[in-house]
Design a binder for this molecule. Structure first.
Ligand code: NAD
Length: 477
């Protein structure tokens, strides 16, 4: 018997969780449940994180968490519990299988069967945002080597364990050469360790277009957090319904399983919701904890129910469906079908106990890091950038030169275009002529700017790592 933590959540959450637990119990899952309260009630009681300290203790003790969707109240500074849980518990990998069930669930993509593996902890979801000037706000995109190595290795291990043939990587590294560039570089490095699995990289924009048009050409796709968030919802939707897909969030010691959809408050309390997303989340959980046989039994009964045409309202179709069922009745049909196999849809015959272990990250030896310059970001309301350059240039010492000024990334000095639209947010790039700068020189530089009444809002150092430039050029430079 394995004790897991469950949370029934908000909206349709309690109904789909009850249906899922009934199926788990009827199928003989070896589980005990410890229930915690998370979500709306907890938020509205004044806890902005939506979860109490005792509930964290329960989750950390049991390690496995099956969670129904929750409602994050609008406004009021409430933090998304999903994002917090993933990050607090180090659940670095979000796995979302997206499959179509043609001809029983309407879809334009009858042979789609892919898995999106989304990095879950970093990228723009670090949530580090600032207003810097009247006109400009910023969000920091953080990508780490450990983050990339863990998720890419997970994707290849997932492919190996599940007999998947290809892993595709989506990034936008033609634009973000440092951040997405690192993700792509790590993908290429790790792919070499799995010669039996095909690998490829697509630029995300055309990759996403291809995925929406011909998802059958993809198998496993791995990508950074934001792209994965967006594309996995699209993939679930085009497979038939957002109500169908489950997902797992896997860390080194804990894991959380859920439906990909939200709490659908308008459908709550009416016995209407499709419990399939949470059921599929529970199937992923059973495989993860070594109860693969029960997982296969439930999945086959669920597939049989779908192909018999017993459907909830969201996938009901005249001519294909036999009967429109409520949440409870749909669960009962699945229970009746336990032990049966689907006849048209592919039955699950090879039992998978999918415990994927990723070795802890080994820190690499430090590279030689040389400070070669600094970007000073200035809040300045002037219009003619030559005035700004003049103000700066008269004051700096002989080894440091102002090499360019950009506005929202595009070079506007020297030799800018009159047509370029400028805001009140300027980046002034200073370089050391001798290719080596001291931190104390940055402080001197800041002092000189202060004397000139320039409003410095941020500094960003420019480095070479092992002699290689490790910052982007200005656009148009
Ligand atoms: P949603 O996924 O709840 O609903 C989107 C649409 O899909 C609605 O039309 C809904 O009726 C339908 N739908 C979703 N699940 C269904 C199911 N199981 N059966 C039948 N129809 C289903 O997304 P939303 O409306 O944007 O968000 C509602 C709330 O859910 C918000 O408070 C949001 O913060 C929260 N949310 C929670 C999670 C989570 O806990 N994992 C994820 C996403 C959204």
């Amino acid at each position: 018997m394995k004790t897991i933590t469950i949370a029934k959540g908000d909206g349709i959450g309690p109904e789909i969780m009850d249906a899922t637990l009934q199926i788990l119990n009827a199928a003989g899952a070896q589980l005990n449940y410890e229930e915690i309260e998370v979500g709306e009630k907890v938020y509205l009681s004044g806890n902005t994180s939506g979860i109490s300290d005792e509930s964290w203790d329960t989750i950390r003790r049991n390690k496995i968490f099956l969670k129904a969707p929750i409602t994050t109240p609008q406004g009021g500074g409430y933090k998304s519990l999903n994002v917090t849980t993933r990050k607090f518990l180090g659940l670095f990998s979000n796995v979302r299988p997206c499959k179509s069930y043609h001809p029983f669930v309407a879809t334009k993509h009858p042979v789609m069967d892919m898995v999106i593996i989304r990095e879950n902890e970093e990228d723009l979801y670090a949530g580090i945002e600032h207003q810097q000037t009247d006109e400009v706000v910023q969000c920091l995109k953080l990508i780490s080597r450990p983050g990339c190595e863990k998720i890419v290795r997970y994707a290849f291990e997932y492919a190996r364990v599940n007999n998947r043939k290809k892993v595709t990587c989506f990034t936008k590294d033609n634009i973000m050469k440092q951040t997405d560039g690192l993700f792509h570089q790590v993908f290429d490095e790790i792919a070499k360790e799995y010669p039996e699995i095909e690998n490829e990289h697509w630029i995300i924009d055309i990759g996403a277009a291809k995925m929406a048009d011909q998802p059958e050409v993809f198998d496993v796709i791995v990508m950074p957090n934001l792209y994965g968030d967006i594309l996995s919802d699209i993939a679930a939707q085009i497979s038939g319904s957002v109500g169908m897909a489950g997902s797992s969030n896997i860390g080194e010691s804990c894991a959380m399983f859920e439906a990909i959809h939200g709490s659908a408050p308008r459908r709550a309390g009416q016995n209407l919701a499709n419990p399939s997303g949470l059921i599929n989340g529970a199937i992923l959980m059973l495989k993860h904890i070594g109860q693969g046989e029960v997982a296969a039994k439930i999945e086959n009964a669920w597939l049989k129910t779908i192909e018999e045409g017993y459907h909830t309202y969201d996938i009901y179709q005249e001519g294909i469906s036999v009967e429109k069922l409520g949440t409870k009745e749909f669960a009962q049909k699945i229970i009746q079908n336990l032990g049966e196999l689907p006849s048209t849809l592919k039955a699950i015959t090879d039992v998978k106990n999918e415990t994927i272990k990723i070795l802890p990250y080994q820190r690499k030896p430090n590279k030689e890091k040389t400070l070669v310059g600094v970007d000073l970001f200035v809040h300045w309301n002037g219009l003619d950038v030559n005035n700004l350059a003049e103000k700066i240039n008269t004051k700096i010492n002989s080894d440091i030169e102002l090499s360019m000024i950009t506005n929202r990334g595009i070079k506007v000095w020297p030799n800018g275009f009159e047509e370029t639209f400028c805001t009140d947010h300027w980046r002034c790039r200073f370089k050391s002529k001798s290719q080596s700068m001291k931190n104390s020189e940055i402080i001197e530089l800041l002092n000189t700017m202060l004397v000139s009444h320039l409003d410095i809002i941020k500094t960003e150092n420019l480095y070479h790592f092992d002699g290689k430039q490790a910052y982007s050029m200005g656009q148009g430079q």
